[in-house]
Design a protein. Structure first.
Length: 206
């Protein structure tokens, strides 16, 4: 793709680094921004600069947050005795959108994937163990994607938590095997949370 301006080419190259954005789509973004007034473009760029410099992670659940504790963890109406374990912010948002869950969360920051060099030590698992060790947690809901990596992570966490007196459950298999949570429709995902089952039962089936 030939550009008449080095500035446009540089901008297109930056946009095309985003996942799912090719050069043609990136060019449309750049040309759209060129049609906007200077203040709007500055607001656009400022939003991302603030996002990168000011965004923090919740000290309790590792969810992205504007404050020390995220809105869920600081909400007095949430049931702090139930923790839903998710892979990342996308899965957190997917479950929240169902409006069927009133507990709190724990964001792992990924799942165990030896092929990608991701082991238990690369995830927020130790802080989950610390939260459980307080004795205030009654149930852990493992809401990870139904992939091989997700199942491996579920089993690892189950083994780490087995010694504690609490219920360990997993979302119902209304989510098809191999599916990512973020792509599940809200009704299916909501029912999967409500109809969750004991993780031990799943192991017996296998």
């Amino acid at each position: 793709m030939n550009f008449s301006s080095r500035l446009i080419e540089n901008a297109v190259n930056e946009f095309s680094k985003l996942p799912g954005v090719g050069k043609r789509t990136a060019l449309r973004f750049v040309l759209h921004l060129l049609k906007q007034n200077k203040n709007e473009v500055e607001q656009f760029s400022s939003a991302f600069l603030k996002l990168r410099s000011e965004l923090r992670y919740c000290e309790s659940c590792h969810n992205v947050s504007d404050t020390i504790l995220c809105e869920v963890c600081s909400n007095p109406h949430r049931d702090r005795s139930i923790i839903c374990v998710v892979e990342d912010i996308r899965d957190f948002m997917a479950i929240e959108n169902t409006q069927q869950y009133r507990g709190v969360y724990h964001v792992l920051g990924g799942i165990i994937s030896p092929m990608d060099g991701i082991g238990p030590g690369n995830l927020n698992i130790e802080t989950l163990i610390q939260r459980v060790s307080t004795g205030e947690i009654k149930e852990i809901i493992m809401a990870l994607s139904t992939t091989m990596e997700g199942d491996t992570t579920n089993f690892y966490i189950y083994k780490r938590l087995k010694e504690y007196k609490l219920t360990i459950s997993t979302i119902a298999r209304g989510i098809s095997i191999g599916d990512e949570l973020e792509y599940a429709d809200e009704i299916t995902l909501g029912r999967s949370i409500i109809n969750r089952t004991l993780y031990e039962n799943l192991l017996q089936v296998k």
